[in-house]
Write a protein that binds this ligand. Structure first.
Ligand code: SF4
Length: 423
């Protein structure tokens, strides 16, 4: 405590204080101003109907409102095509921004183009937490709450308790941010942070790139967290500047005397490649212990690990080699920008030459709607964030989660591999 004057604030308390115009402390119910509300194509139609049923005609003038067509893009059937048409029509009527088929996954585009440190962001999708990697209080909400926020430009929230995750050391070669978050979820469990803010700090944060932070924040919800939050620092500024929006930057860090419910310490140097086994994310094991597990499909992409750095890591591992003949490698870049940059860098050519199938930017096979549904008894190693039974379209299939490096190594071997063998 600072000279006994005031108790400092966590990142969650700081952001919600600023957005609600008052002192927001753990347990308080606040009404806060929202900067961005977005929907995607599987939750959007219901959100729009709720919005209309509530009597709203247009989104609140104070917010950015975006409709993303990403989960089933291009549409795999007539029902989803009709949903797309419905959302396109709503965008025309109301002036909402439309991110159409081929632009990419909502969370990636939010990070690239929309999220700012200190923003309150609501999306009708649980992985809205991704933007916490840029220091935004970003969380998923149901369609009705999303509709009300869209109409009013405000929402209510209970200020969450915060768990501080103190990171030290550096990742060893072959170990990545994905391994960190899988390790953390395995340690605290799928309900280990229910309605808490997971706040990442410590010396190692400054060594982590924004894409790495986005990967970690993305999976905070897999431990039940309301948000996963990183401070906004020089790395954040550099990322925003590279995206052409350096003026969106503001520095953001928790007070030294902030009070946390719990502190968890992790030395990155002690981590190794990790895998989540079927059928829960917290069912974790080191990749080396799963060697020999045959895999029929590998997926590299999604809002967790479909960024340029992820494709670069995978391309480097498969360069000049061919994927195992028993294993399909499916690659879905997270956004149009990622795909363009990966083409320019030669990663797409390398992946194609190794035998990969390249999908359009979007969610791809992540949620089992199309573009890589698994067969009965098949096993997949994916860089996504969820491996629940049936997630990829078949309850009789098995999903393992790992980093892009683990995925690429696995595609070469046809069985789960430890990527340190290739790095
Ligand atoms: Fe959801 Fe997967 Fe799309 Fe991410 S990539 S938004 S987890 S369906």
């Amino acid at each position: 405590m600072e000279l006994g004057l005031t108790v400092g604030r966590t990142l969650a308390e700081k952001i919600l204080s600023a957005r609600s115009g008052g002192e927001a402390r753990v347990g308080d119910i606040v009404i806060a101003e929202v900067a961005l509300v977005f929907v995607q194509d599987t939750t959007g139609p219901l959100t729009v109907r709720q919005f209309q049923a509530a009597g709203f005609e247009r989104p609140a003038a104070s917010i950015k409102a975006v409709l993303f067509l990403d989960h089933a893009a291009p549409s795999p059937n007539r029902e989803l095509a009709d949903d797309h048409s419905f959302l396109r029509g709503f965008a025309r009527q109301t002036g909402c921004f439309l991110s159409d088929v081929g632009d990419g996954v909502c969370h990636q585009i939010v990070a690239e183009s929309l999220a700012r440190p200190g923003d309150l962001i609501l999306g009708t999708d649980s992985h809205t937490v991704t933007a916490g990697g840029l220091g935004a209080f970003a969380c998923g909400m149901g369609s009705t709450d999303g509709a009300v926020a869209l109409g009013l430009g405000k929402t209510w929230l209970r200020v969450p308790e915060s768990i501080r995750v103190v990171l030290s050391g550096r990742f060893s070669p072959g170990v990545y941010a994905k391994d960190l978050i899988i390790y953390l979820i395995g340690r605290i469990g799928a309900d280990g942070a229910t309605y808490k803010a997971l706040e990442f700090g410590g010396d190692a944060v400054s060594t982590m790139s924004v894409p790495e932070r986005l990967t970690v924040a993305n999976m905070a919800v897999e431990a039940g967290a309301k948000v996963g939050l990183f401070p906004a620092d020089e790395t954040t500024r550099d990322y925003l500047t590279a995206q052409g929006r350096g003026s969106d930057y503001q520095s953001l860090s928790p007070d030294k005397s902030a009070i946390y419910e719990e502190t968890i310490k992790i030395n990155l140097a002690e981590l190794e490649p990790m895998v989540s086994r079927p059928h829960t994310v917290d069912n974790t094991a080191p990749a080396r212990e799963l060697r020999g597990t045959e895999i029929q499909q590998v997926v590299i992409g999604t809002c967790t690990n479909g960024r340029l750095d992820d494709l670069a890591v995978a391309a480097k591992i498969v360069e000049g080699k061919r994927c195992c003949s028993r294993t399909r490698l499916v690659v879905a870049p997270a956004s149009r920008g990622v795909l363009l940059a990966a083409v320019e860098a030669g990663y797409i050519r390398t992946l194609l030459e190794a035998g990969a199938v390249i999908l359009p930017p979007g969610c791809g096979p992540c949620l089992g709607l199309h573009q890589g549904v698994l067969g009965a008894g098949e096993s997949c190693l994916s860089t996504a964030n969820r491996n629940f039974r049936g997630r990829m379209g078949n309850p009789e299939a098995f999903i393992y989660l790992g980093s892009p490096a683990t995925a690429a190594a696995t595609a070469l071997k046809g069985e789960i591999a430890d990527p340190r063998e290739f790095v």
